[in-house]
Design a binder for this molecule. Structure first.
Ligand SMILES: O=C(O)CCC(=O)C(=O)O
Ligand SMILES: [Fe+2]
Length: 315
């Protein structure tokens, strides 16, 4: 009887191992190239056994860029500690750097934003004012963000959410209202961007937003009915957007638990993000956290490549 049970469970185990094997094979085969294997992560894909220090040929760089757009983010594991100079060189594969941040004295390079939980080591409080994309105050928000964790604390995740999915989940009435909203950034008040627009590469609808850096919204911008919101309406709208990120217990979120050597290249226009509260925990409690980040200049100002009429939106 025992033997029989064991045999049965072996068969089941062997069967599921085979299935798992197939799933894994299918997962590594979905890539359109064979420069490296991609393994589906909770969000985006993970790449192991690829060395970012060695300079790959242009076709590999192009494949990485395609994967970043296809999956939202590519997580390169086990990269050790990449120098500021190399981080900048890798960043240049994706375009021109745009560095609008405060230059911390410990930053290894003028184009590397150094973020920390210890103000003597890097800038603190970064990414804690609400869900956002980077660079919404620019004429075109940053196209890519490249993150490298230099010192991994016990806690201190970065949390991401796919913006096209969030838009697709909106109830029709809310979608129609958001289509009429333009955001006015608080950093440069003349900067007005459509809240929902077409991603310049994938064409998918995405959001231009920063819940902690918005001066106001303008309804129906560019039409005779245009109207700017006062602060109470602005905060109600910011709260409404925030709600979409946290509803259903934050089901849309992916909380990235940093491992030493992680290097993430993200499609900044496709993903919203926020630093978790734990990123600010003191060094004495969770250890030193040091994150290096570069950002790539956006090339296309947000625009809707589809028509919006009062009761009808077409792609
Ligand atoms: O510290 C983090 O996890 C992310 C901070 C952030 O928002 C950023 O670097 O753009
Ligand atoms: Fe950010």
């Amino acid at each position: 009887m025992i033997l029989h049970l064991c045999k049965r469970s072996y068969v089941i185990f062997a069967g599921s191992a085979l299935c798992l094997g197939l799933v894994r094979m299918a997962a590594t085969m979905q890539s359109d190239h064979s420069f490296y294997n991609v393994k589906p992560a909770e969000m985006g894909v993970e790449v192991e056994g690829f060395d970012l220090i060695a300079d790959p040929p242009q076709e590999v760089k192009d494949a990485i860029r395609r994967d970043v757009h296809k999956y939202g983010m590519v997580i390169f594991r086990n990269q050790g500690q990449i120098s500021g100079k190399r981080h900048v060189e890798i960043s240049k594969w994706f375009g021109e750097l745009e560095s609008t941040f405060y230059k911390h004295p410990k930053s290894p390079h003028p184009d590397v934003f150094r973020v920390s939980n210890d103000e003597s080591e890097g800038c603190t409080g970064v990414g804690r004012t609400g869900w956002h994309i980077d660079g919404s105050f620019q004429p075109a928000p940053f196209s890519y963000s490249l993150y490298h964790m230099m010192h991994v604390p016990k806690n201190g995740d970065t949390v991401f959410a796919p913006l096209n999915k969030l838009i697709n989940q909106l109830p029709e009435e809310k979608l129609q209202r958001w289509e009429r909203l333009w955001m006015v950034s608080d950093a440069r008040t003349d900067r007005v961007h459509p809240l929902i627009y077409s991603h310049p590469v994938t064409g998918l609808k995405t959001l231009c937003f920063h819940l902690g850096m918005t001066e106001s919204f303008i309804w129906d911008y560019g039409t005779a009915q245009a109207r700017e919101t006062d602060w109470s309406e602005t905060s109600a709208l910011l709260q409404e957007i925030h709600q979409e990120f946290v509803k259903d217990n934050g089901a849309i979120q992916y909380s990235h638990k940093w491992q030493p050597g992680d290097f993430i290249i993200s499609d900044n226009l496709a993903l919203g993000h926020e630093a978790s509260p734990e990123t600010q925990y003191p060094r004495s409690k969770v250890g030193l956290r040091v994150l290096h980040r570069t950002t790539i200049k956006g090339t296309v100002p947000p625009q809707k490549n589809y028509s919006v009429t009062k009761n009808h939106v077409e792609l």
